[in-house]
Write a protein that binds this ligand. Sequence first.
Ligand SMILES: CC(C)(COP(=O)(O)OP(=O)(O)OC[C@H]1O[C@@H](n2cnc3c(N)ncnc32)[C@H](O)[C@@H]1OP(=O)(O)O)[C@@H](O)C(=O)NCCC(=O)NCCS
Length: 254
Amino acid sequence: MSAALAVVRPGECHVWTARAVSVRSAAAPALLKLLDAGERARYEAFLRDDPRALYLTAHALLRELVGAELDRDPAELAFTAVCRHCTSGGHGKPRLPDSPLHLSLSHSGDRVAVALTYTGPVGVDVEQLTRPGEAPLMVLSAEERAAYDLLPEGERTRGFTRYWTRKEAVLKATGDGLSVDPALLTVSAPDAPAALLGWAEREQPHPPVRLYDVPVSGDCLVSVAVLGDDCRVVMHEVAYDGDGVLRRPRRTGA
Ligand SMILES: CC(C)(COP(=O)(O)OP(=O)(O)OC[C@H]1O[C@@H](n2cnc3c(N)ncnc32)[C@H](O)[C@@H]1OP(=O)(O)O)[C@@H](O)C(=O)NCCC(=O)NCCS
């Protein structure tokens, strides 16, 4: 992949999405070579092909993009994970200890997303619209639930999914993840510009939370949150070819 595909300038947040590469495809071995021993162990531990493919694609894509951005060998990058709520290690928000680059990854359905920025801690969330089962409405705050109940039936799946990507993006940016009840956060209504409107039980948690919806093709929604100054979001939809090489992105501003 050309480094020119991954220049993250100050004041920008770049978000890449890609469809998962089948673990049975000819491309998979090329992606697998990028993972470290710990990632390969997690990859092997999945019992089903679909989550394996998502995991493989997300972590290979993260490595390729960070490697290109920092001009480093993707396979040599040593990521760590930091948990806000315990010290046991091995889980939590991913980071690259020796770099000012902030990063986040997400996977859902057949889609993965990676976000990179120098502005501040970042959280990205991709969610497929066609999620089986009932929407877990208990994750909505009272204000969100009131707005959700007013949505026409046909807009509820998209509306709920938008609430969810926004909330999870914020919780991933702060590093809290789902150890914080998402119902404590109130984000703007699905048809309004993305914003964090309130966070019960948290006074002044961190730098300002900037929240953005990211336009993406297909049946999924993506939101990204950045802690710090407002930034320009740049979206790339990329695809792996049959040899496991990333194809040139289609680029759109958010
Ligand atoms: C992180 C979490 C929000 C992910 O939700 P999800 O919708 O299943 O997954 P996504 O695909 O959007 O994101 C997964 C990625 O988020 C990242 N991540 C994990 N924990 C994170 C955190 N606390 N903050 C930010 N990012 C996190 C990882 O890169 C993970 O990828 P991986 O599992 O392939 O390594 C959720 O699983 C979670 O919060 N888990 C931890 C709960 C917790 O903190 N328990 C207490 C531990 S002491």
